[in-house]
Design a protein around this ligand. Structure first.
Ligand code: GRF
Length: 215
């Protein structure tokens, strides 16, 4: 990968994870070139965060396309103008087609608010509380065709507090995400972590288990 790694961040909403990337780059603790922020939602507050930071922004609305394939085709064409090495999904609320995932094979990261493989899908905080789990957290993983199931890179783990609400838990998980996502992206951007033959490799070794950090 080129240095610093050209990184596109894809959002749909508030963009607090995007902000964590912006802050880390500005503070000099993260060496990535944030080359574009894409949103499928023109009202995503994250777009303003990017503009404030002087990062180019672009938006294509999925509603303007008849199906997922044609939207993803347009998205590829748009993103490729910026020649990104890495794609960071940060609250991008779209399921990606095979064509898209194949085009950027091994170069797409996602963050999911649960300790995958537990709780793929939505409403993770509520589901964790209902199950009475002792631990919760968030997972950074490579994106493959299977939703929330690509090779895991890094997990941030925290103990669930007795009596806390889903909202309180969500806020604590979000704070963890702001630490682990830039960290994992730095590993991929520097080549410490790579996606090879459908697996995650760290420091030249295949690693099925993610790195776990406790918070
Ligand atoms: C995060 O909680 C992430 O786990 C999920 O979407 C949320 C995005 O939040 N994939 P934000 O837009 O970065 O604040």
């Amino acid at each position: 990968m080129a240095k610093p790694c050209k990184t596109a961040i894809l959002i749909s909403g508030s963009g607090t994870n995007l902000q964590a990337f912006i802050d880390a780059v500005e503070q000099g603790t993260l060496e990535l070139n944030l080359c574009v922020v894409f949103s499928n939602n023109p009202n995503a507050p994250g777009l303003e965060r990017a503009e404030k930071a002087g990062i180019p922004t672009t938006c294509i609305q999925h509603n303007d396309y008849p199906d997922r394939e044609s939207f993803d085709e347009a998205l590829i064409a748009e993103l490729d103008r910026f020649k990104p090495d890495l794609l960071v999904l940060a609250g991008f609320m779209r399921i990606l087609s095979t064509r898209f995932v194949t085009h950027y094979c091994g170069r797409i990261l996602n963050i999911h608010p649960a300790l995958l493989p537990a709780y793929p899908g939505l409403n993770t905080h509520q589901r964790v509380l209902e199950s009475g789990d002792a631990w919760h957290g968030s997972t950074v993983h490579f994106v493959t065709e299977k939703l929330d199931a690509g090779p895991r890179i890094l997990q941030g783990r925290l103990a669930v507090k007795p009596g806390e609400s889903a909202e309180e838990l969500a806020l604590r998980v979000q704070a963890v995400e702001h630490q682990i996502y830039p960290q994992a992206a730095a590993w991929v951007g520097s080549g410490k972590v790579v996606f090879r033959s459908g697996e995650c490799w760290r420091d030249g070794k295949q690693s099925d288990a993610p790195v776990i950090q406790n918070f």
